[in-house]
Design a protein around this ligand. Structure first.
Ligand code: T46
Length: 138
């Protein structure tokens, strides 16, 4: 398995359109404590560039498209999110970047914790050091 995990959500469709339901401990593999969304995104303004010490999240590109880079300190993967029926599960301690937003992109994020700036590692150099230290301590 790669660094990033894609969750596939069931789509309930009828002649009126489509619906996706996300419940904690079912489609989302943790208790959801916070939901936030990113919109009005600009194609040439990437976001992210940090890791979380403890936070786990599921990212859903509800409309439009975005390229994610996920990095564990040793290897990186690129994932294109462009479907509301896919969720990108980002476990704790993974570096993430978001690039190449389309104009209509809306990204919804379900998180297992409240917003805590102290949980962010915003320097790639520090992230790399911590990733190496974690391997040395195993
Ligand atoms: C992540 C990616 C996918 C809050 O006040 N509350 C919140 O819940 C969040 C998420 C952010 N903020 C504040 C903190 C900053 O002053 O909003 C501002 C923008 O946040 P940030 O620069 O961290 O945004 P992104 O898009 O780079 O990252 C966000 C999340 O912060 C992060 O956890 O994984 O989306």
């Amino acid at each position: 398995m790669g660094i990033a995990k894609i969750l596939n959500f069931d789509v309930i469709s009828d002649n009126r359109g489509s619906l996706i339901s996300l419940e904690q401990h079912k489609q989302i593999p943790f208790a959801v404590k916070r939901v936030y969304y990113l919109f009005d995104n600009k194609p040439n303004h990437p976001r992210g560039f940090h890791a979380h010490r403890f936070l786990k999240q599921v990212i859903v590109c509800v409309s439009g498209r975005c390229k994610f880079i996920i990095d564990n300190g040793f290897e990186r993967e690129e994932i294109i999110l462009n479907s509301p029926s896919h969720g990108l599960l980002i476990d704790r301690f993974l570096w993430r970047e978001m690039h190449e937003f389309s104009e209509e992109t809306v990204i919804m994020v379900l998180a297992d914790g409240n917003y805590e700036e102290a949980d962010y590692v915003r320097s790639y150099k520090d992230f790399k050091k911590l990733a190496l230290a974690a391997v040395d301590n195993k």
